[in-house]
Write a new protein. Structure first.
Ligand SMILES: Cc1ncc(C[n+]2csc(CCOP(=O)(O)OP(=O)(O)O)c2C)c(N)n1
Ligand code: SF4
Length: 298
């Protein structure tokens, strides 16, 4: 009897998630580190490329879906979380990752940010926070510090920045972390744990824009960063997480601020999804009705 051939699939590696297109980011941009970390996290999470969907808005950071080998969507500025919510509810079997910048996520997309967190949509949201608008060549963003001189603020910004970690905590995000693109292994672990988390996982990443932000540089962060795990922080303690989030610029904590595993995610609560992903369910309409909808809507 002929020996049955067995094909044992090797575990995916970070390289398996590298896209065909090389990033056109400026040499030295922090976003390279974020992309490498995401490749590592996808490999460790162990799913196949087609089981991930990466969605972004518009910006330098938002070009990420073009550089990673997963399904991807490059959507509208500030609208990535709305599209991602729809995608997750359409097929909740997918691991949905959302990437973008601080302008995209906290400025024009700020409203979606809050509502996606309150709904506890099961997504991993990675913000490459460079505290400036990179793609539009250097205007202040919602996380730019007061006094920062840019093209749009030649005399220094007079606006107070938002605090994304504190905002996420009070808006109901159930996994809240901060990473640094200069520490890719630590960042990859935060992303991996965010993928494992059932609910909204937010990872704010200090990812320096070396071209337009001359204040918040790699050196700036390296001098100030402290790992929460080394500070003995308890990530199940909400009040302790708020205290860490409110720390000033002299000591910048990175790591997992808070995780709450007691809340169900939106797809777990939505009765329509109890029968399995919508994408795999019968539509419940005839072919003629389906054709009519497509004819009139497209
Ligand atoms: C509706 C809309 N408004 C404004 C713009 C212009 N625009 C494109 S990217 C961007 C901001 C980019 O900054 P950020 O999201 O922080 O990403 P980065 O480029 O720094 O990675 C702006 C204002 C746009 N494309 N669409
Ligand atoms: S402009 Fe800034 S954010 Fe954009 S690619 Fe260059 S360094 Fe990166």
């Amino acid at each position: 009897m002929a020996k049955k051939e067995e094909t044992i699939k090797a575990a995916p590696t970070a390289k398996d998630f590298r896209g065909d297109v090389a990033p056109d980011w400026c040499a030295g941009c922090g976003d390279f580190g974020v992309l490498r970390s995401l490749e590592m996290a996808c490999a460790k999470f162990g799913r196949e490329n087609h089981e991930y969907l990466t969605i972004s808005g518009i910006g330098c950071s938002s070009n990420t879906p073009g550089y990673i080998s997963t399904y991807g969507m490059h959507t509208l500025h500030g609208r990535s979380l709305a599209v991602a919510t729809g995608a997750k509810l359409g097929n909740h079997d997918l691991t949905v990752i959302v990437t973008g910048g601080d302008g995209d996520g906290f400025g024009i997309g700020g409203n979606h940010f809050m509502h996606t967190m309150r709904r506890n949509v099961d997504l991993l949201y990675i913000v490459m926070d460079n505290q400036i608008y990179g793609l539009t060549i250097g205007q202040i963003s919602p996380t730019s510090v007061m006094g920062m001189k840019t093209k749009s603020t030649p005399f220094g910004s007079v606006e107070a920045p938002i605090n994304p970690i504190a905002l996420a905590l009070i808006s109901g995000a159930t996994y809240v972390a901060r990473g640094f693109s200069g520490d890719t292994r630590h960042l990859a672990e935060l992303m991996y744990k965010g993928m494992e988390h059932k609910g909204f996982a937010f990872v704010d990443v200090y990812s320096p824009c070396i071209t337009f932000n001359k204040d918040n540089t790699f050196a700036f962060f390296k001098q100030r960063i402290k790992k929460l795990e080394e500070l003995g922080h308890d990530s199940s303690d909400f009040k302790a997480a708020i205290d860490q989030a409110m720390k000033g610029d002299d000591e910048i904590p990175i790591g997992l601020f808070y995780q709450d595993t007691s809340r169900s995610s939106l797809d777990e609560l939505e009765p329509v999804l109890h029968e399995g992903p919508l994408a795999h369910q019968e539509l419940g309409i005839t072919k003629e009705q389906g054709d009519y909808i497509i004819r009139t809507m497209m």
